[in-house]
Design a protein around this ligand. Structure first.
Ligand SMILES: CC(C)(COP(=O)(O)OP(=O)(O)OC[C@H]1O[C@@H](n2cnc3c(N)ncnc32)[C@H](O)[C@@H]1OP(=O)(O)O)[C@@H](O)C(=O)NCCC(=O)NCCS
Length: 194
């Protein structure tokens, strides 16, 4: 509270009364957005100090966020299942995560923009419409300190171990060993983090 007052005083000195009023005005949508998301996620499932960008869509069964999780703008978190994101992980702008079963992301991870994470596949028997068929789900597990670069697709059954790096535009559908740098489609380790 003391630091907020000190910041307001500083702003008043540097930008004048109008500047201070605009600064307060700017904070209102962010506070409303945060309150809206908090009511969707539930107080018990949201850690301390989480950051939320604009236009986030949350329509998943359960979302559990650790402390200081960053959710960028236009992120979509969807499905009937559970999405867990550990402390200090960053979900960048335009990431989509769809969980019909379970998608777990550890702590200190970076998921770069336009990445798509999904834990299910449609069944594709030939005699019926794909629309009319059930989905098969397999959990997606992402360890701690994992960096998934821009525009990747992480598919059902993927298991990315601690410290792994996934190159841009890769498709991960199986196991990526710890501290490896993997890329391509399907992603394969090319080296280890040195
Ligand atoms: C995976 C990555 C980190 C590897 O970087 P690096 O360790 O410097 O590796 P190099 O650039 O030496 O690449 C090694 C080889 O893999 C190839 N390569 C690198 N990234 C690739 C990718 N995403 N897809 C296909 N091939 C790739 C390189 O062309 C090179 O091939 P060569 O040996 O035939 O010349 C990097 O290439 C990458 O994809 N960065 C993502 C950037 C990003 O999306 N940032 C988002 C903001 S967080």
């Amino acid at each position: 509270m003391g630091s907020t007052l000190a910041k307001m005083k500083q702003r008043l000195e540097t930008r004048g009364l109008v500047g201070l009023l605009f600064a307060i005005w700017d904070k209102i949508p962010r506070a409303l957005n945060r309150a809206r998301l908090r009511s969707i996620i539930g107080k018990r499932n949201m850690g301390q100090g989480c950051f939320f960008g604009k236009h986030i869509e949350i329509k998943c069964g359960t979302l559990k966020l650790g402390n200081h999780v960053h959710i960028g703008r236009n992120v979509v978190l969807w499905g009937k299942g559970t999405i867990e994101i550990g402390d200090h992980s960053i979900i960048s702008d335009y990431v989509s995560i769809l969980a019909d079963g379970n998608v777990k992301i550890g702590r200190d991870c970076s998921i770069a923009s336009f990445t798509f994470i999904i834990d299910s596949n449609h069944q594709i028997a030939r005699d019926r419409l794909i629309h009319d068929q059930a989905k098969d789900t397999q959990p997606v597990e992402i360890g701690n300190d994992v960096w998934i670069s821009a525009s990747c697709v992480i598919m059902a059954g993927a298991k990315i171990d601690d410290g792994a790096v996934i190159g841009a535009n890769s498709v991960v559908s199986s196991h990526i060993p710890p501290y490896s740098v993997a890329l391509g489609y399907p992603a394969r380790p090319i080296k280890e983090r040195s």
